[in-house]
Every structure is written in C-alpha cells, then in structure tokens.
Design a protein around this ligand. Sequence first.
Ligand code: MN
Length: 192
Amino acid sequence: MTHNMPQLPYAMDALAPLMSQETLEYHYGKHLQTYVNNLNNLIKGTEFENLTLEEIVKKSEGGIFNNAAQAWNHAVFFCGFSPVEKNIPANLAERLVRDFGSVEAFKEAFGKAAAGVFGSGWTWLAEDAEGKLMIKSYSNAGNPLPEGLNVIFGLDVWEHSYYIDYRNNRLAYIDAFWKLLDWEVAAKRLLK
Ligand code: MN
C-alpha cells in the first residue's frame, strides 16, 4: 500500500509564533514528506509492501525502519498540537499524578529527558500493558512500539524541529511544546 502524509488538524500558520509557518513548511512539508517518499520506495517488492505503517515499525529494521518510524513518529507529533492551549483531561492528569507524583513533576522529568537526548532523537510518554505510564527516550527514529508499548505523545528533538524558531535553544522549544500540546488528543490515546 502507498503511505500518505497525515493531514494537519490546523492551518500552517496556526501555531506561530511558538512553531512558525516556516518550521512547518520545512519540518512537515519537506522532512516528513521525504520520509514518506523514501518509505514508499523502499517497501516496493518487499514483505512490508502490504503492511500498515504501525506493523512496519514493529517488524522492520535498517532503512525501512528508519523511514517508517519517522513517518509514524511525525504523524503522532504533528497531529498532537492545538493552536489553543488545552487543559489536561482528568483521566490523564490522574495517571500522571499516580505514576510521577504530580503533573509538574512529570513535565520536569519529561523535559529533562528530552533535553538530555544526545544528538537527534525522540522522547515519548508511553503506557505499558498494565497501564503504567513511563518516559522513554531514543536516538534517531526510535519509538516504544517495537517494545509493545502504547504511545501517548512524543517530542521530536532533532535540530530540524527547532533550529528555525529557536536556533540551538532546545529548552525554549521544550517550553513551547507544552503550550502547543493537545492534551485531549494525548488522553484519547490511553488504552487503560
Ligand atoms: Mn522531525
């Protein structure tokens, strides 16, 4: 099957100035498009040709994994923002308090993990089969799917995600992320 670009649930200029139209034009319009194009080219004639994107992420490695995971990661990332700040739904807030002590303690730990990724990678909030929430960081295209975990949301810390708006200041980008994150979308991803 041919994999397509995710449709953004907001206009390209709707997240500015926290995330500019120029960043979206490059990050969504060029970087993500390249991952999707590469994936479609790489899977032709392989065992992955007719699998869903999520199945490919769970089963592949090497170049196919890198492009499939980046296609999947960016779909979750870009579809998880809102132009208006959202409150954290009670079901997700309760789980964050249960597993991290408080919402603020969770945000601090998540921000510290994202700031600490050396080079390019991702930091995720994931849920295990028992419903326990955990923070997981990975290099490059990594995500928790191959470990059988469910993803609640993720933060892209590749420099291409913040260099236009924040130059080298990853911490300012992480602060902006909390203002853009659509907590309602995140809460809907909980399985437990
Ligand atoms: Mn990216």
